[in-house]
Design a protein around this ligand. Sequence first.
Ligand code: SAH
Length: 342
Amino acid sequence: MYSKAQTDIRSLTRAELGDRLTAAGFPAYAAAEIFRWIYRKRVEDFGRMTNISRPHRAHLADNYYFSTLEKARRFRSADGTEKYLFRLADGPAIETVLIPEGKRRTLCVSSQVGCRFACRFCCSGRSGWKRDLTAGEIVGQVLSAESPATNLVFMGMGEPLDNLDRVLKAIEIISDPAGIGLGRRKICLSTCGLVQPLKKLIALSPSFKIALSLHSTDEKVRAGLMPVSGKNPLSQLVQVLESWTRKNPGALTLEYLMLAGTNTAPEDAHRLSRLARRLRAKVNLIPCHATGSGFDPPPPVEQRHFRDELVGRGIFATLRRSRGEDISAACGQLGLSALKPS
Ligand code: SAH
């Protein structure tokens, strides 16, 4: 057990750790050495960090600890997708999904326990928000995946912009070349669209990718699907994003859930292509997954037709193949296994 006075060492960026350690009399390179032990050699015991002096190892053990994510369950889909259910130290569970595809292994991480925003088609928000994850718990998901991820998406449970500071810290730690060293362009933050934190993020000119969960270009239809958009209108989100996408063409993806009878008319495709062009964005079409929400995907021919409409207008659009649906690991399904008795 650890005491309150101790700090989870995996929740600190290298700069933060370095500041603390130099103040405690460590040499300047100590933080980089410790990052190598933790993130490359995966050592969770300060006693084994043999190139750190004995008194300094004792200082580390007295002042720092390693947060634990207990892998309570592991699910494997017929398509190779894996889902991990982690039990956090204070009890609640989160889910992380690893999706292999060719040479890529995309890890989909959670940023919160539950979610405040209750999009009508998604089950992660159904039982509300419980708490934010710490940076260490986000980093821990990356370390606990059974094979190293080549790509990272914040598309698991929770809303990353609602826990922005910790998410940014986690991204800094995960992309640090002294540690895991995952390239920022391999990282994507997906958001339902919160104007204020989005402004704050864009002001930092992020070098990772952003995905906006759009789902409709019509403010009224969007508000009907996503209550969050009432106070966070699309017009404002677009304004904030435009300044960034002008300098970073292709860095934004518009995620578009296809919902039968709701958002897949030809006029929707036209408006979506105009917006994608304005934001220099790719479009990722996602057939709605079953979450017991009452929404259904349109038939596959209609899905392809909608995609072809966009492609015909010069938009880079992909139709996402659903992965891991048999283990409730697909988009919008996270939280189902935690809720369902097994
Ligand atoms: N809160 C963030 C990230 C988590 S959701 C966000 O909203 O972007 C990740 C993606 O899954 C989002 O695009 C979300 O809209 C989508 N999603 C939610 N429910 C879904 C469902 N039933 N079928 C398919 N995708 C869904």
